[in-house]
Ligand binder design. Structure first.
Ligand code: FES
Length: 65
């Protein structure tokens, strides 16, 4: 398992991190105001939240919360 993006929209976590750093967006909703992602299955949301907390952009583990 190798998770580095919103798969439904093909948006990488690395890109979302750059947007967060540039704009101060600090939540999934705030990022969604700036980038089209995460509105389908929403399985990427826990990874985006973790990225916002830790800065990681590639995950090997399954995150469910
Ligand atoms: S993986 Fe992001 S909405 Fe499906």
């Amino acid at each position: 398992m190798h998770i580095d993006r919103c798969y439904c929209y093909e948006v990488r976590l690395a890109r979302l991190k750059r947007v967060a750093e540039a704009t101060g967006a600090d939540s999934v909703a705030a990022l969604q105001e700036r980038v089209e992602f995460g509105k389908n299955c929403q399985l990427c949301h826990p990874y985006v939240r973790r990225m916002l907390q830790t800065g990681e952009v590639v995950f090997e583990e399954v995150i469910r919360e």
